[in-house]
Design a protein around this ligand. Structure first.
Ligand code: SAM
Length: 236
């Protein structure tokens, strides 16, 4: 049984309703290319079975609870965040640059049951300019088409999340990931390939962070002691 089904976060929205919404996405037109967005506007989606595996993976580090906030940075048509609020009791936030895709997401959100819709926030804009997702504890980024400069800015934004948060990025984060522990990778099915590697990071506590005791479980995933608490992957 999937781990997240066992957690507090499981939300018993009627499975037929979930299915209907997921099927509705198939009937929505596939987002057209938008040259004004550049290469980073290239569109592709993780499949619903991939979202379930993603949630299971996240829950394998610590139980996902209703206090968790899931963020999809570059949320496109909103399929991932819609599934998250339908299948868990977490809040979810999606931030999408494209006005057209964000409009599709808002339209689909109207079809969600109220209990799920109330936990969903959809924003149109650049996630680098939005603070609304900074309280997220679980972050997913389909960064497959992000250019390297955007990946550097994404990395900096993720480094500021609260300790213990998980961030999953399709593209490996570049350069020094100080404060972000690379904790592994998983393969998920996307619409363009059945197995796409997704890189996982955990936000480390800072050296001056007095709340280590709240993060006992985190220490299980700390890198080897000789690497140092916040210096993983960085030159001293
Ligand atoms: C590959 S799609 C991912 C769709 C969905 N998250 C999924 O994985 O199924 C990436 C999306 O990121 C959006 N995007 C790119 N840069 C962005 C930025 N700086 N802020 C918000 N969205 C951005 C693109 O417009 C595109 O819709």
């Amino acid at each position: 049984m999937p781990l997240f089904d066992l957690s507090e976060a499981h939300c018993p929205v009627d499975s037929t309703a979930v299915q209907q919404v997921l099927e509705y996405f198939a009937s929505e037109p596939w987002p057209s290319s938008e040259p004004s967005l550049g290469h980073s506007g290239t569109y592709g989606e993780v499949r619903p079975s991939g979202v379930r595996r993603l949630l299971d993976y996240m829950a394998s580090f610590a139980p996902v609870t209703r206090d968790d906030v899931f963020a999809d940075l570059g949320s496109g048509r909103g399929a991932v965040v819609a599934q998250v609020v339908l299948e868990t009791s977490m809040k979810a936030i999606g931030v999408e640059l494209s006005q057209k895709r964000a409009a599709t997401a808002s339209r689909v959100a109207q079809r969600l049951e109220k209990v799920a819709r109330q936990r969903l926030t959809l924003l149109q804009g650049d996630f680098l300019e939005s603070h609304s997702w900074h309280n997220a504890t679980l972050v997913y980024v389909n960064s497959a088409a992000f250019p390297v400069p955007l990946l550097f800015k994404l990395r900096s934004a993720l480094q500021r999340l609260q300790p213990g948060s998980l961030a999953l990025s399709v593209r490996r984060l570049p350069g020094c990931t100080r404060g972000l522990w690379p904790i592994g990778a998983l393969s998920l099915p996307f619409n363009w390939a059945r197995q796409v590697k997704v890189h996982a990071y955990m936000v480390a506590p800072g050296l001056d962070d007095q709340n280590h005791t709240q993060l006992d479980w985190l220490s299980n995933y700390a890198p080897q002691p000789q690497v140092g608490l916040v210096s993983f992957g960085c030159r001293q």
